[in-house]
Design a protein around this ligand. Structure first.
Ligand SMILES: [Zn+2]
Ligand SMILES: [Zn+2]
Length: 413
């Protein structure tokens, strides 16, 4: 990682900026630099380039460029997730590199331009601790939105931290959470974190939560359903937790490695199966038959990203059961299955699940506030500084940690 420093003397600690010698009065409060009658912030962010280079970039950006109705957040915590690993390796389509990664984060409102309200119509005020829906520009004007009602597939959709290009000379380009400030364009859907919900607890749910909530909605879990979750990463864990809270009668999680399954077990699932220990899918099927007294899953949720999991997942569904595929976020290749035995004869319902919308995000925040006493501290494995972004990414890629967060404005590492 190389480091570049833009103009101006500055100190990164807590965003406090001290004046250089030139240009008038400057106040250290909240990272604002006042110079020549204008206001600026000194920002530090990670630029991710197409070749996988991560550049730590410092720049002084003018607040005057902000649009009416926009908000600038001073970042509290940002997530490092599997999506960022895919971005690093160029596995996602239509990514306008360089980008500032980080599609889910929490920050304190630093500046608002004009009146800005949250979705409940309550004014968003300086100092509020908020999060925001990472999806921008769902158009609600196209056939996909209006007729098909599949807003997560709207072609206009852009996602902060994924499909928004970074413009490092313009404050409006701070469209990613791996940055000491985040720019929220007008109409970004903002949610104030409830007072009782600490940012670190909210981020334990983080980006996996709306995705898992969408998947569990698609699964339509009913009281006493037997739910089998394939995958023990954040989405798998959260799908299991949400299934339990939706009244499932039994939840079984199949995944690896052991330390992730231990976290999953701490949330009260009924059983876990370690695929590194039970390596034969037919043996795993036998175990699930034993655990469910031969009934298999009313619902199976795939959250692995591994194509070969799909055939196995179908085999774990009961006759007439439901299979939700949410983990195949990138193209990991083809797989062959036997449609006679696994689909037609089983009479299964197969549902894909892409992205999430504001309802999943909003209810996810409410869920975390309602269930803040679950053992979320076991999920956030480590908090890194921006300078340690590459290390954080490799820990997630190698499954060394359950979840990694970045904390800008910190002197960690
Ligand atoms: Zn649309
Ligand atoms: Zn994510």
């Amino acid at each position: 990682m190389e480091s570049k420093t833009g103009g101006g003397d500055w100190e990164g600690m807590e965003g406090i900026v001290r004046a250089g010698t030139g240009g008038g009065d400057c106040q250290g409060m909240e990272g604002i630099v006042r110079s020549g009658g204008r206001e600026w912030v000194d920002n530090e962010c990670i630029l991710m380039h197409k070749d996988g280079n991560l550049e730590l970039k410092n720049s002084r950006l003018g607040l005057a460029q902000m649009e009416e109705g926009s908000v600038l957040l001073r970042t509290e915590l940002a997530e490092v997730c599997g999506t960022d690993v895919h971005l690093l390796h160029g596995r996602l389509d239509l990514v306008p590199y360089p980008i500032i990664p980080g599609h889910v984060g929490v920050g304190r409102v630093h500046t608002t331009i004009g009146p800005v309200c949250d979705v409940a119509g309550v004014p968003v005020l300086k100092g509020d601790m908020v999060t925001f829906l990472d999806v921008l520009d769902t158009c609600n004007s196209c056939l996909t939105c209006l007729v098909d009602k599949q807003t997560t597939r709207c072609p206009q959709r852009r996602v902060i931290g994924i499909t928004c290009p970074a413009r490092d000379s313009d404050i409006k380009g701070l469209l990613g959470c791996w940055s000491s400030f985040i720019y929220l364009p007008p109409k970004t859907k903002i949610i104030r974190l409830p007072d009782a919900l600490p940012p670190s607890v909210f981020m334990a749910g983080g980006c996996g939560l709306p995705t898992a909530l969408h998947a569990v909605d698609r699964a339509n879990v009913k009281l006493m359903d037997r739910v089998i979750v394939q995958g023990s990463g954040p989405v798998g864990l959260l799908a299991a937790v949400l299934a339990l809270q939706s009244g499932a009668g039994q939840v079984i999680v199949i995944g690896a490695p052991a330390h992730r399954l231990q976290v999953v077990e701490a949330f009260g699932v009924d059983a876990t199966i370690n695929i590194q220990e039970i390596t034969d899918p037919s043996e795993r099927l036998r175990l699930v038959e034993e655990l469910t007294v031969g009934r298999l899953g009313d619902i199976v949720i795939e959250a692995t990203g591994r194509p070969e999991a799909v055939g196995e997942g179908l085999s774990l569904c009961r006759n007439g059961g439901t299979y939700v595929v949410v983990g195949q976020y990138t193209d990991n290749g083809d797989v062959s299955i036997n449609p006679h035995y696994l689909i037609n004869r089983k009479h299964v319902v197969i549902k894909g699940c892409w992205g999430s919308d504001f309802s999943h995000f909003y209810r996810g925040v409410q869920f975390m506030a309602r269930h803040k006493n679950l053992p979320w501290h076991q999920v956030v494995s480590k908090v890194f500084s921006l300078k340690e972004a590459r290390k954080a990414l490799s820990c997630i890629e190698n499954l060394e940690l359950f979840k990694a967060l970045l904390k800008p404005h910190s002197s960690l590492g």
